[in-house]
Design a binder for this molecule. Sequence first.
Ligand code: WTA
Length: 678
Amino acid sequence: MLEKSEQARSPMPRRQSKVTQMFESDAIENLSQETRSFAPSQSFSLDANAQPELYGRAKADPLAFWADQAKQLHWFEPFTTTLDWSNAPFARWFADGKLNVAYNCLDRHVQAGNGSRVALYFEGEPGDEQVYTYEALTVAVKKTTNALLALGVGQGDRVALYMPQIPEAIISMLAVARIGAIHSVVFGGFSADALASRIQDAHAKLVITADGGYRKGKATPLKPAVDEALKGDNCPSVEKVLVVQRTGGDIDWTENRDLWWHDAMSAASDEHEARGFDAENPLFILYTSGTTGKPKGILHTSGGYLTQAAYTHRNVFDLKPESDVYWCTADVGWITGHSYVAYGPLANGATQVIYEGTPDAPHPGRWWEIIQKYGVTQLYTAPTAIRSFMKLGRAIPDQFDLSSLRLLGSVGEPINPEAWMWYREVIGGNRCPIVDTWWQTETGAIMISPLPGVTHTKPGSAQVPMPGVSAEVVDDNGQPVPNNHGGYLTITTPWPSMLRGIWGDPERFVDTYWSRFEGQYFAGDGAKKDADGDIWLLGRVDDVMNVSGHRLSTTEIESALVSHHWVAEAAVVGAKDEITGQAVVAFVILRQDELGDAPEDAEISQALRAHVAKEIGPIAKPQQILVVSDLPKTRSGKIMRRLLRDVAEDRPIGDATTLADSSVMGAIGAKLAGGATD
Ligand code: WTA
């Protein structure tokens, strides 16, 4: 009763309105009208790793199903319990078993007689190549393990990686895992400040980096950012810095701290026997943006994580290790690079391509050239990349032989049906199933995706939870919505690769994910169920933006802006963008007393963009900065980002009746006409 009368007073409850509002956007209209569906080809289905009965088996006994998946790994000591959920939401999977993650990715393949199979085809941006067989990769990881042990790295120690996409990045991750230590990979595009705060949060003992890497046709230095992050006594936990020589560029050197990778390796033995660690031994921390200014260190452990990474990789990408050449374009600095470049593929004994550079260097057909050169069979990439290729036109991919491809994957943000169709027709030649995979840094592995050869795919929909995973779309009260309705995406039962917490902040873990809906994991995404009950992702419902598939927090960028002495207040929103999905738009109020000789808006915009790049990294740079004299706020002082998004997306401004000062939006609208754009 109470609820009803409350609704009567306020026809649009706050939370409901966010989701409803999303349904009203053009994109969602298009999605609702999407009715195409593609049946799997018979030849694919017959030979597919995933068969329809997988769903039935998982449903009949989910824990037995997961235990079966875990048993496909090598265990030094077998587990006897599958899940301990007694201390929910802190899960323990396979907790009394012992395994070694690196051994599972390397030694066991060599022992099975597959040492001469290629593990990595590395393609550098300038066109240099390296090939690692499983045998060679195992030797390299053993040497690195010994080098790290000699530097005093032991079980549980944190090692920060700040590297280009080169084999040494994967080798380092595996060597850290082999010791039972914990890696924290920081994306090479992040700034020195962002690197420092991540090193400090995790108390990393060692940093592994490179002099630089090749991107966009030139050598881009990395080591200077490490020097800057560690300068003075900024990161007292760091004892040593191991440096891979990639570009040969000039770098500063700190005696007694810095050490060349090649020197450390030449001194290291290539003998190392792996031992088992507890399944719940931490494997890595990966920082991701949340709704506050402080990134969260998402913690993953070993047995459950590797189980689900390998299971999903095998079934979603239909991996046939003897014949496939798989390529995931993600950088190891992101979760996709962890689960579907490093751990999933290597656990499955896959042959894969890794590419250092950008898609357009030295020419816009670079990716298609790589597919042709290596005979790539599965391509896994992000919608933003597909859209930018689509914009350049099909003439470029049409110049290359893409006939080796047999499956295409998408991840990171909703893929619009138009891009999905282009991907299918132009890249996949209408013969490759597309898997639109929904998951998160927190989920560790794919959660919602079609199964190739089984699911009739629909352009723009991630469709169905993986066998073993239970997802729901719920209303404000946590109740499942009926088909043809939208709401919030939740996961209703624990899964093996779930995050085990936020590094050093158990309370934030519970608050962020488990307090919105009793007993359910709240992912932060809006979603809709169609007439068949298939799931369509609608984007974030919180203050997290998704720019080119990368998560950025509005609050984090706002605090970066406010840390500039010119800025009194800032509000950041994600505005729809044709290529990147969303673009960062910032509204700032300036401190007149600090400005000096009244600079032009363009000059201010340039300075503030550079400042954000320095504080967080170039990916967080606002595309547009608008200098305003006031921001729209509710009477309680909360910035109404919804209205700013209307302005940024050039829409009529929505309901502004709760504004404390109703003239503010008029003033901002007038200002927009003369706004400074990049
Ligand atoms: C979004 C990336 C729609 C979503 C693996 C999620 C998606 C966030 C999809 C996680 C998809 C990821 N369709 N949206 N297939 N995949 N997302 O942690 O908003 O970088 O919450 O993990 O990306 O981003 P993260």
